[in-house]
Ligand binder design. Sequence first.
Ligand code: NAP
Length: 248
Amino acid sequence: MNMFKDKVVLITGASQGIGKATALKFAEQKASLAINDIGGQEEQLKELKNEIEKLGGRANYYLADVANYEEVEKMVQSIKNDLGKLDVLVNNAGICRDKTLAKMTKEDWQKVIDIDLTGVFNCTKAALALIVNNRGKIINVSSLVGIRGNFGQTNYAAAKAGIIGFTKSLAKEVGRFGVTVNAIAPGFIETNLTQKMPEEIKGMVKKFTPLGRFGRPEEVAFLITFLASEKADFITGSVVNIDGGLSL
Ligand code: NAP
């Protein structure tokens, strides 16, 4: 299928996990990809670019820290120069620094807010004019934790809840241009982010998840490509859960 033929898609934090799976899913549908990650991930981005090209797709990679507005602006300008336009922005880059608030340092707080929340502002702000030009789509990767909170994640929960407020407000601002803005709220997905969790906690998560397992990055990628497609033209300001029923 060629659902995204002639569409240019920027995915942040794309070198692994949900971002990588999403890039590959867009590539299968013939999108031109701008894949982003931070400096340390250049080799993984190169490999992903090769993988996409083997699928017959097109990809350029851009190293930029989403928390740094100047780097993000430069990246968006380069995408405009290299690929001519931008239709879809997937704000996926994110980290966690888990600690109870009693143990959390100001640095743990600030780092997560800077990447997970300000990163979404930076990328969206820099890309908005291009997206508006093409009646494009923005998909923000929030989290179930942003809705329900989680022990040891005040910083992450605050950032992910902030993304939800940002998504709904921007959806109201840009609806008149035909631009949609949605958020997704994954539960627990098998990626490096969750691999580090203690086995005991993983077991508990599975126990409380009606479907009895973690999600796969490809399952999240399907949802993101759906929200980026014409099929989702009337969906905006939504937060779509993808959590195996954990939120019930
Ligand atoms: P992941 O495998 O760690 O991928 C995230 C990518 O973002 C990594 O390559 C990371 O690089 C990159 N990144 C970190 N800081 C960045 C920055 N400043 N600028 C650009 N890229 C940066 O994690 P994932 O599980 O796929 O997570 C993707 C998104 O889904 C995140 O927003 C996460 O919060 C969200 N999410 C994940 C789950 C889950 O269960 N996995 C659940 C809910 C929501 P480094 O590895 O170098 O940090």
